[in-house]
Design a protein around this ligand. Structure first.
Ligand code: ZN
Length: 211
């Protein structure tokens, strides 16, 4: 399945909403720990691009473990890759088969993979808390009982629903830490100060497909 992890330049779908809008009223777990850092650094864009496909999937798997630990995920989903140029999504979560699917035609760079993985793992985290008798659990439950699908329903309604803003908000904090680490790691990426990665903090239009 890894043969599909081919790097090509694609136009990434981005949201027009300002990034900060995603992090109003954050859940307390919007705090990626610094222990994520060593795994995020492994996703340095240039070295990632130069890695073999096997090395890429290894790095992604390690990052998945680190993000899962950060979120307190109990049972980690597996990761599958597809290559669908004509599909609008970067990734989705298949709860029934316990899988996160990454569309490597869209999530074709290290920053896009980082954001997609953080976003989809947050959906996985939501699902692990769907029966919690907490306000968060209630919000997740209510939303998944009335989930708006991005492909078949109104995009703005999809985009503004709780589980999506929550997933984007968490992913944003991971991407922010990632960008901070890259910006301070001049030995690895000498040109970063001349070419800041702020554009990479834009949110991708991941959506959640439920089966
Ligand atoms: Zn989503």
């Amino acid at each position: 399945m890894y043969k599909k992890l081919i790097l090509i330049i694609t136009l990434a779908l981005t949201l027009s909403l300002p990034v900060e809008a995603a992090v109003t009223n954050p859940h307390p777990l919007y705090n990626p720990s610094r222990s994520l850092g060593s795994y995020l650094i492994e996703m340095e864009p240039v070295s990632f691009e130069q890695s073999t496909n096997d090395n890429k999937t290894d790095k992604i798997l390690l990052l998945e473990q680190a993000i899962s630990e950060n979120l307190g995920i109990v049972t980690m989903p597996s990761i599958s890759y597809i290559y669908e140029v004509d599909e609008p999504f970067f990734g989705f979560t298949d709860f029934q088969n316990s899988k996160i699917i990454i569309n490597s035609a869209k999530a074709s760079t290290a920053p896009a993979v980082v954001e997609t993985l953080a976003h989809e793992l947050r959906h996985w985290y939501q699902n692990e808390h769907i029966n919690d008798q907490t306000e968060y659990g209630q919000q997740v439950r209510d939303n998944y009982n009335d989930y708006v699908n991005a492909l078949t329903e109104d995009f703005n309604s999809y985009n503004s629903q709780f589980v999506e803003t929550d997933a984007r908000g968490y992913a944003y904090t991971v991407v922010r830490l990632y960008n901070e680490l890259l910006a301070s790691n001049t030995a690895v990426v000498p040109n970063l100060h001349k070419d800041p990665v702020t554009s990479q903090t834009r949110l991708t239009s991941n959506y959640l497909r439920r089966y």
